[in-house]
Design a protein around this ligand. Structure first.
Ligand SMILES: C[S@@+](CC[C@H](N)C(=O)[O-])C[C@H]1O[C@@H](n2cnc3c(N)ncnc32)[C@H](O)[C@@H]1O
Length: 468
């Protein structure tokens, strides 16, 4: 039987106090205001969530620092800067780090105007570029005419420092133009626009959009939004983007910075391959982060939490009987996956185990970065692995609680925008809910749990060197 939750309808503004376990249906007009809509990104959350947390916990006192340790495309950071706070974003994905940086950077309007006018004029006259993507199959992904036009634009953007100088103002605008350029790539490619996987459909043949006209309209939007963002935000707010993992030495990377609020949505189990999702964009700007070829892209995947591309050698010695997380219900789920899915159970059980083990490492790091009483708001969805329901949110509560956090509230909201999302069929069939876990840093660390091995059974699996 499908149990349909009873939704509490909310229009635009989430009430400060929310009853535990209630599920909101948030009616929103536009989630792409300000710089939020600059670039697509899988599993973005709605700006309303960080806005709610900021309003509830910082309440006007401006000299405060907000952290998003899985910042993705920077939704929390944009809301933080708009509200007048300093923001710090961390993400393992270099393209996401660059998108976030561009979305929160105040630009010099005069320089932006000057460079964008020059760029449009040059694109209209300059038909040939020297930039070549490092991809043998590029003509599978783009038509010849699209390749030629994209090459011309990227070549011109590369010439900006030479033409306008190497200063910070110019560099910020060059980055903005690179993200503007990247934001049109999927639509001008042959790949399906909607899917979170990048592939060319042979049944649903796509007519790619013409490059220059799309770039010009996107450039207008970027110039307009970046100019307005720079006018409405306070020049005194500071921001920092750290391109790194949030599951290792986070405290060191933050370098003693006091965090007053953390808001994030971590990856889901086995759900999104962020690099695969951005593959066509990476062919055109991946050289900036040494990710221009598919081989280089694949090498990076291992560092992403929730990643499902795992080689057999990594898990061949793992079993849920020799390696446990010491959360009984979760350990039972790992065994159930292992025992019931005869085809992929071994791998899927390991991926699920690894996800929670890495999230444990993350919470342990966060507890070192946050002082007593600070809130950490985590948005996450439950998952299905090998057709077995995994109540990720509840297990993350168990993990956070044994790493210095206390859950103060758990509520949910209905996911509306299915663009770039994925099917996570919960127990209730097609209903999709994201859970908002509101943690508070406790004053005393409780006993620190770690991976427990049953030593009389098999030897430990070969975990990545910095695993625990
Ligand atoms: C659900 S997305 C965040 C989306 C973001 N809230 C937004 O609105 O754009 C999760 C992010 O976690 C990042 N991630 C995965 N593994 C990571 C790790 N080990 N350290 C830091 N970030 C990681 C992914 O690159 C992705 O950007």
């Amino acid at each position: 039987m499908i149990d349909t939750p009873e939704y509490q309808f909310v229009k635009e503004i989430i009430p400060t106090e929310i009853e535990e376990n209630s599920i909101l249906n948030i009616v929103t007009r536009d989630v792409n205001t300000h710089t939020h809509g600059f670039h697509k990104y899988p599993a973005k959350f709605i700006p309303h969530i960080p806005k709610w947390a900021i309003g509830k916990y910082l309440n006007g006192n401006k000299d405060k620092n907000i952290l998003d340790p899985f910042c993705g495309s920077g939704t929390t950071l944009v809301e933080g800067v708009l509200a007048g706070y300093n923001v710090i974003g961390v993400d393992i994905d270099p393209l996401s780090a660059m998108i976030s940086k561009v979305k929160i950077t105040r630009v010099d309007k005069k320089t932006l105007k000057e460079i964008s006018v020059w760029l449009v004029k040059e694109i209209k006259t300059n038909r040939k570029g020297t930039f070549k993507p490092d991809c043998e199959t590029i003509e599978h992904w783009f038509t010849k005419s699209t390749i030629k036009k994209l090459s011309a634009i990227r070549t011109l953007i590369n010439q900006i420092p030479q033409k306008f100088g190497n200063g910070k103002k110019v560099k910020d605008i060059q980055d903005l133009l690179l993200i503007c350029f990247s934001s049109i790539i999927r639509r001008v490619s042959n790949a399906d626009n909607e899917s979170q996987k990048t592939y060319v459909s042979h049944t649903k043949v796509k007519e790619p959009v013409e490059v220059n006209s799309l770039f010009f309209s996107q450039l207008d939007l970027f110039v307009d939004r970046a100019t307005k963002f720079s006018s409405v935000t306070n020049s005194k707010t500071k921001n920092k983007i750290i391109h790194s993992s949030s599951a290792a030495s986070l405290e060191k990377k933050l370098n003693g910075l006091q965090i007053d609020l953390a808001v994030t949505s971590p990856p889901y189990i086995k759900a999104i391959d962020y690099i695969y999702n951005q593959m066509v964009e990476l062919f055109w700007i991946g050289d900036l982060f040494q990710m221009q070829t598919q081989t280089k892209q694949n090498e990076k995947k291992i560092q992403y939490i929730g990643n499902k591309q795992i080689s057999k050698t990594e898990f061949n010695k793992y079993t849920p009987y020799n390696t446990i997380l010491s959360i009984d219900k979760l350990d039972e789920k790992l065994k159930e996956i292992y025992d019931t899915d005869t085809k992929n159970g071994h791998k899927h059980s390991y991926i699920t185990f690894k996800y929670f083990a890495e999230m444990e490492k993350h919470f342990a790091e966060m507890s070192k970065c946050l002082t007593t009483g600070t809130h950490y708001v985590v948005v996450v969805g439950d998952s299905n692995v090998s057709d077995i329901f995994i109540n990720t949110a509840d297990f993350l509560i168990d993990i956070a609680e044994r790493n210095g956090f206390r859950i103060t509230n758990k509520w949910g909201y209905k996911i509306k925008n299915r663009f770039m999302r994925f099917d996570r069929k919960g127990r209730g069939g097609i209903i999709e809910i994201d859970w908002v876990l509101d943690f508070e840093r406790k004053s005393q660390l409780t006993k620190k749990y770690n991976l427990k091995k049953r030593t009389n059974l098999e030897p430990s699996p070969p975990l990545p060197s910095d695993f625990f």
